[in-house]
Write a protein that binds this ligand. Structure first.
Ligand SMILES: Cc1cc2nc3c(=O)[nH]c(=O)nc-3n(C[C@H](O)[C@H](O)[C@H](O)COP(=O)(O)OP(=O)(O)OC[C@H]3O[C@@H](n4cnc5c(N)ncnc54)[C@H](O)[C@@H]3O)c2cc1C
Length: 337
């Protein structure tokens, strides 16, 4: 098979492929449906610059991409193991994340229900170790299967080898791996545990919430709190919550005595980026076609620009305002290309 026989498109607009809806063009674009197809493409385009794309909900473009965009489209949910306590499921990278959560809830498999309604593909879940309401993807991931772009070989990563952290994993920095499937271990015996205040509040009147009730509560909370990407393009939480040392924590408390803190490992404390942005006066503030969402200070929304630079400029302004006021540099969680 050569280049001409492969399903490769040229000069493809990336606007439909990122949830911020910024405009850029990819020189080449493909969505392989099988590992074999992906391997053939990798061989044929070995000299090309490459970028892997899921549903584009955690990134946006500021310029054209002069290379090959690969959007893995491998789908399928395969049962690998089953005991009276758990199931191991291997899920194709191209499966929609929330459809997979719904599948698990329907079957009575617990572990990822708190991650309901996070937009994106299964293949992207390990990349930034998606998390919400006290749960992270890493809590259920057993193995990540990938193809190494440099060698063309298959490679499997155990949970430990993924080096998961807060919105972090080795896949975030080692761009040579294309995740083809993820193996999850899910529990067959569900018991609600109180992990997160908002969710506990929703569950207040229910003595023993079912898996379905938890999923529905999460969907209610998220739908109320987060902007719909089809109405107000965005990429979810724009900044990471800063992790501070004991000393930085004390310095912040002098300026903001009510700042929230959560223990985050040894002598480290996570504070709320949303709180800092709000206290810097940016919640609901709009500059031209870009602004901070009025109901959630961590979300930058696009009111109508196609130019990713407008979002970057606004990001810099927010970073500067927070740094000048509180001596803390906010770092983007969203990837900028
Ligand atoms: C409204 C909204 C709410 C959100 N809420 C949350 C939330 O609660 N918690 C949370 O953690 N995130 C949240 N996000 C962010 C986003 O949904 C997640 O990061 C999600 O995993 C992105 O999936 P994606 O398929 O769109 O990945 P993309 O944005 O397409 O890609 C993200 C990164 O992963 C890489 N990548 C994608 N697929 C692969 C693959 N198969 N192999 C290797 N690398 C790959 C890309 O190169 C890129 O670097 C939210 C986003 C939005 C828009």
């Amino acid at each position: 098979m050569n280049r001409n026989n492969l399903a490769i498109r040229r000069n493809v607009s990336l606007k439909p492929y990122n949830s911020f809806r910024t405009q850029a063009t990819a020189a080449f674009f493909c969505h392989p449906k099988t590992n074999e197809e992906l391997m053939t493409i990798l061989k044929e385009f070995s000299n090309e610059k490459m970028l892997v794309l899921g549903a584009g909900c955690n990134l946006f473009f500021t310029k054209n991409f002069d290379g090959l965009i690969i959007k893995p489209d491998m789908i399928g949910i395969k049962l690998l193991n089953e005991t009276s306590e758990f199931v191991d499921l291997e899920v194709g990278a191209g499966e929609d994340w929330d459809r997979f959560v719904e599948f698990c809830v329907e079957k009575g498999y617990s572990g990822i229900e708190n991650l309901s309604l996070i937009p994106g593909k299964v293949g992207a879940a390990p990349v930034q170790n998606i998390g919400a309401y006290g749960t992270e993807a890493k809590d259920t991931i057993v193995k990540v299967n990938a193809i190494d772009i440099n060698t063309g070989n298959f490679i499997s990563f155990s949970n430990k080898e993924c080096a998961f952290g807060y919105r972090d994993s080795i896949f975030k920095y080692n761009r040579q791996y294309i995740i083809t499937s993820v193996v999850f271990r899910l529990n067959k015996n569900f018991r609600y545990t109180q992990k997160y205040a908002d969710l506990n509040h929703e569950m207040n009147n229910i003595r023993h919430p079912s898996l379905r009730q938890v999923r529905e509560a999460i969907i209610r909370i998220r739908s109320h709190k987060l902007p719909d990407i089809n109405e107000l393009p965005n990429a979810g939480s724009f900044f990471k919550n800063p992790i501070l040392t004991q000393r930085e924590k004390e310095e912040l408390l002098v300026k903001l005595p009510e700042a929230p803190f959560y223990p985050s490992g040894n002598e480290a404390y996570k504070t709320s980026a949303a709180y800092l942005i709000e206290k810097a006066g940016y919640k609901g503030l709009r500059k031209g076609a870009v602004g901070i969402y009025e109901h959630h200070a961590l979300i930058i929304v696009n009111y109508g620009t196609e130019n990713g630079r407008d979002i970057v400029n606004f990001m810099h302004e927010v970073q500067q305002a927070v740094e000048e006021k509180f001596a803390i540099r906010l770092l983007p969680e969203v990837q900028i290309y």
